[in-house]
Design a binder for this molecule. Structure first.
Ligand code: HDD
Length: 756
């Protein structure tokens, strides 16, 4: 009825105001009395010690909140307003001369809206652009108290954390499922300041010196002319670099292994990579390597799954993390340390601890658990939190110090520097997600996006005008004091120590530590990636590197590429395998695994319901799959179909259970939608999407089963009842009982043919 928008808006406003004030959420309370400004330049002496800045001030000089609180200040009140808080009556039409224009330049709302939109994007991270994050808590066991004075590692201390996982090479919108290293960056908001542990899911790095970082990243990023391929290393420039620069071979081997395609962020290990130096209360030092151990175990996808998921669900890992947290299945990791005596050589069992291309096998230095990380809250604003979080290896707290690893030295420069471009200025520490929870009392001032309204007149030291404030702390009052490590006198040079020259013993150690299935996967990965290269020179050069790692590995990849197998150019290293490196062999809780329950919607709805409940009771996630959406069963007992044959793809499930079929030869699970039938599949009479679901799950070595007549359907999908990990029983629950122990090892590894 109200065709004139102005009139309508005015009417609404009058209504709201005559109603005794603004609608709920509109700040209607009278403002506090403005606070009188102090005369800032008048000398005052002596001044009381200045309270901590609590950066930035949350109250403006007029006593109003400045919006500095990390609280949800962005949106408040019932009415749409401009950025200046002026209420609007329309945001769908530009201000024009008549309905057909022209548009008037005086339309301040149009200009503000478009101006802001034009600048909504910030530069993505130069590496690790694609990521997702979660809030959580870190609980210290106290077991590190004897080696570090860090307060957050004291027994029982709980510290809020924010963790961001990422891929390295891809753009912000790239797929989660690519073969790549994963970032695992943790921000601990400790009472002594922020500590960032900026690690990866692979314990070694491509390069030994940060000066090579632009080289390795330029080689890994898409080709500069066509900008392909996106988010992956399967191309000439990457293999050109790593075959010439053989210190990259160890990291590359991990990438080609199953570690390069994790099942979930929840099932990845994390590593601080570098050796760090812990400092105890008496100033004693210990060298350590940090490890994150997932409570659910380390699991990966198989390559075909990763490829399928990249198409059907490019957000596979992001979704998994958020869904798990929303469901209350909070992912957990134990933080552990390997400790080494801080000797002048900084080596352990002959391994150079300053070389970031080397691990210390856990069999030589066990990982000792020091605390538990639990992720329990999803971010509410991706941009404000996940995108704007800024990690830095130099964010250290008393008790944790760096070593002279030359890769770490360059990182200590890079992580601050990059934020100047990405977050457009030096005040990124004031962005809510980056704010320390400890009091901040710095003398940094001004700059773009300054949020603080500082008080005091003397942001310098020494001063008398602010009474000398703020004061210095000592080691006994929580100051960060660098440990006075001796630096041996030497001459300036651009060179690496001799110990950095060994590039092949540890990739060989990794290869020899793998189970036969894992070796097959590594061979397939090298063959795929090098097969995607165009230049034979590059392939041949990489084969020469493989020849120095293992003859069998080299021969199999060469065979796949159709190239001759080169000879090793140096004797193969005599190494002892480290069983801890293999992902296979241990057993893990089935918690949080996803069980697909397939039903035709008609048969045994009671059995489906019971199975669904048992899955939930076993701390796993059931997803009910039926030919079409809707409900299974009737009345209050009916359960919702969560995936249909059109939307379900095997990659999502850790196991599949097929509900019974009424009678052999009956038409349940039949292809009702004729268009869905592909040529060659018509003869079974079964829905081909169901057959694909079952056959893929079988091929990817997942536990699969069913009850009451499921056998015929599985047979039709090429899943023999006699194959390992195929479970047939009288009821869904009986099937599940047998499937749970299979899930403990993640996959039915016996199903993979192995030749190595
Ligand atoms: Fe880095 C981001 C991990 C070497 C320069 N790095 C970044 C992130 C992770 C790592 C997890 C994403 C943080 C986030 O989620 O925001 N980087 C590593 C590890 C390395 C490593 C484990 C070797 C042990 N990085 C490394 C070197 C340099 C950088 C040698 C430069 C000399 N890294 C950066 C960066 C990034 C970054 C350019 C991009 C965005 C950012 O820092 O904030 O500064």
């Amino acid at each position: 009825s109200n065709s004139n928008p102005l009139k309508a808006a005015a009417a609404k406003l009058t209504e709201a105001l005559s109603d005794g004030g603004p609608a709920e959420g509109v700040p209607g309370a009278p403002s506090p009395e403005p606070v009188a400004l102090e005369e800032a330049t008048e000398p005052r002496e002596p001044l009381p010690p200045k309270s901590d800045q609590g950066a930035p001030e949350t109250v403006s000089p007029t006593g109003q909140p400045t919006g500095a609180e990390p609280a949800r200040k962005a949106q408040s009140g019932a009415y749409l307003t401009t950025a200046q808080g002026t209420r609007l009556y329309d945001t769908d039409h530009s201000l024009k001369v008549g309905p057909r224009g022209p548009v008037l330049l005086q339309d301040h709302h149009l200009r503000e809206k478009i101006m802001h939109f034009d600048h909504e994007r910030i530069p993505e991270r130069v590496v690790h652009a694609r990521g997702s994050a979660a809030h959580g808590v870190f609980q210290a066991y106290g077991t590190a108290e004897n080696v570090t004075r860090a307060a957050f590692l004291r027994k029982g201390t709980e510290t809020p954390v924010f963790v961001r996982f990422s891929t390295v090479l891809g753009s912000r919108g790239s797929a989660d499922t690519v073969r790549d290293t994963r970032g695992f960056a943790t921000k601990f908001y400790t009472e002594e300041g922020v500590f960032d542990l900026v690690g990866n899911n692979i314990p070694v790095f491509f390069i030994q010196d940060a000066i090579k970082f632009p080289d390795v990243i330029h080689a890994g990023k898409p080709h500069p002319d066509r900008e392909i391929p996106q988010a992956q290393s399967a191309h000439d420039t990457f293999w050109d670099f790593v075959s010439l620069h053989t210190e990259a071979q160890h990291h590359t081997m991990w990438n080609m292994s199953d570690r390069g395609i994790p099942r979930s962020y929840r099932t990845m290990e994390g590593f601080g990579v570098h050796t760090f130096r812990l400092v105890d209360a008496a100033g004693g030092t210990t060298l350590v390597k940090f490890h994150w151990k997932p409570k659910l175990g380390v699991h990966s996808q198989v390559w075909e799954e990763a490829q399928i998921a990249g198409g059907v669900d490019p957000d596979f890992h992001r979704r998994d993390l958020a869904d798990a947290i929303e469901a209350g299945a909070y992912p957990q990791w134990e933080l552990g340390i390997q400790t080494f005596p801080d000797t002048p050589e900084q080596t352990f069992e002959g391994i150079d601890l300053l070389d970031p291309t080397k691990i210390v096998p856990e069999e030589l230095a066990p990982v000792q658990p020091i605390g538990l990380l639990t992720l329990n809250r999803n971010p509410s604003d991706f941009f404000a939190e996940t995108e704007q979080v800024a990690f830095h290896v130099g964010h250290l707290v008393p008790g944790i110090d760096v070593t002279d690893d030359p890769l770490l030295a360059g990182r200590l420069f890079s992580y601050l520097d990059t934020q100047i471009t990405r977050l457009a200025g030096p005040n990124f520490n004031q962005i809510p997600i980056n704010r320390p929870h400890a009091p901040v009392n710095d003398m940094l001032r001004d700059g773009f996006h300054q949020q603080a309204v500082h008080t005091g007149v003397a942001p310098y030291k020494p001063n008398s005008l602010d009474g000398g404030c703020p004061f210095f702390a000592g080691a006994d009052t929580g100051a960060f004091v660098e440990s006075p490590v001796e630096v041996p006198a030497s001459r300036k040079s651009r060179e690496a120590p001799a110990s950095f020259a060994d590039h092949f013993s540890q990739p060989r150690l990794f290869w020899l530590s793998m189970s036969p299935v894992e070796r097959e996967h590594i061979i397939a990965a090298y063959t795929f990636e090098l097969g995607k290269c165009w230049s034979n020179t590059i392939k041949e050069r990489q084969l020469k590197a493989l020849a120095n790692i293992d003859a069998e590995l080299c021969a199999r990849v060469a065979q796949g590429l159709g190239l001759p197998t080169p000879e090793a150019s140096q004797p193969l290293a005599d190494v002892r395998p480290s069983p801890a490196l293999s992902q296979i062999g241990q057993e893990w809780p089935p918690d949080g695994r996803i069980i697909g329950i397939i039903t035709d919607g008609a048969a045994d709805p009671e059995g489906v319901r019971a199975l669904r409940q048992t899955v939930l009771d076993s701390h796993m996630v059931p997803l009910v799959i039926a030919p079409a959406g809707g409900k299974v069963g009737t009345g209050t007992e009916a359960i919702t179909v969560q995936r249909t044959f059109a939307t379900a793809r095997s990659v999502e499930f850790d196991a599949l259970v097929l509900a019974g079929v009424p009678a052999p030869g009956g038409d349940s699970y039949g292809a009702r939608d004729a268009k869905a039938v592909e040529p060659g599949q018509r003869q079974t009479g079964l829905d081909p999407r169901l057959l694909l679901l079952a056959s893929e799950a079988f091929r990817h070595a997942k536990a699969i089963g069913g009850w009451a007549g499921a056998e015929a359907v599985l047979e039709a999908a090429g899943v023999p009842a006699s194959a390992p990990g195929v479970v047939l029983a009288d009821s869904g629950e009986a099937v599940l009982t047998e499937i749970i122990p299979l899930l403990a090892r993640h996959r039915v590894w016996d199903r993979f043919p192995t030749t190595v």
